[in-house]
Design a protein around this ligand. Structure first.
Ligand code: 4G1
Length: 226
């Protein structure tokens, strides 16, 4: 999987993508993540990428020319299937099902807005799909794009150290994780549940499944459709 993030702030994301599991996966070639600076595509003599909105109103809007040229330039050097996604509060809500769906593409181009967003004609001309990561106000689409890169990447072969890391995982079957503990066995008087310390493997598996269901019902009944 190849991710192409188009942004006015490439360095903010490069820092995230060069670390941890995603950084390691990219270093060994299981995925590739590239950030492209939209400003590099401006033809304006002052290198401007935004302008005031027609019809008035607060703030600035990202202009067609640099964004459309940037998308087309990136597209032209890609091979295989490509999906152009605009990270936008107007998109449909990102979830695990969508993450799995996106693994089918060879390339994901993730366009990040800033200011008051982008000229609508960019969406009409070049965007296949709009995705939102949640209902709150942000200053830009960079963190949402990082969320998509992170959650899609971990479904790609060779990204996680062992495949059980996700076949076993909670949200994969629509449930939360059971409570987790590590050493010490007692911390400030709080003990690790006995079954995890002395139980046999079958008992522990049953306990985990039960805890998973109980906790989902209590903390996230919406996941059970309740
Ligand atoms: C109206 C949230 C505006 C925000 C209503 C989730 C949010 C991109 C996302 C905004 C953004 C609501 C996202 C808002 C996002 C242009 C640049 C749009 C930043 C911008 C609920 C600002 N998932 N927000 N507008 O936050 O890009 O992907």
């Amino acid at each position: 999987m190849n991710f192409e993030v188009l942004t006015l702030f490439p360095r903010s994301l490069e820092a995230i993508f060069s670390e941890s599991i995603i950084g390691r996966a990219a270093a060994k070639g299981a995925i590739s993540v590239k950030c492209t600076d939209i400003r590099d595509y401006t033809k304006d003599k002052h290198r401007r990428v935004d302008d005031t909105p027609y019809g008035g109103g607060y703030g600035m809007v990202m202009m067609c020319q640099p964004v459309v040229d940037c998308i087309r330039a990136v597209k032209s050097r890609l091979s295989g299937s490509t999906r152009v996604i605009y990270m936008s509060p107007q998109g449909s809500l990102f979830d695990q099902k969508k993450a799995e769906e996106l693994t089918r593409y060879d390339n994901l181009i993730l366009l990040c807005g800033h200011y008051e967003g982008i000229d609508e004609r960019i969406i009409e001309l070049e965007v296949d799909e709009e995705i939102s990561v949640g209902n709150y106000v942000l200053t830009g689409g960079e963190l949402p794009a990082a969320i998509v890169v992170d959650s899609v990447s971990r479904l790609i072969d060779g990204v996680l150290p062992s495949p059980e890391c996700y076949t076993d995982e909670s949200l994969q079957n629509g449930l939360l994780e059971h409570p987790q503990y590590t050493r010490p066995r007692v911390f400030e008087g709080l003990e690790v549940p006995e079954v995890l310390v002395n139980g046999d493997h079958a008992k522990q598996r049953l306990w985990k499944e039960e805890q998973s269901r109980l906790r989902t019902g209590k903390k996230r009944p919406d996941l059970l459709g309740e």
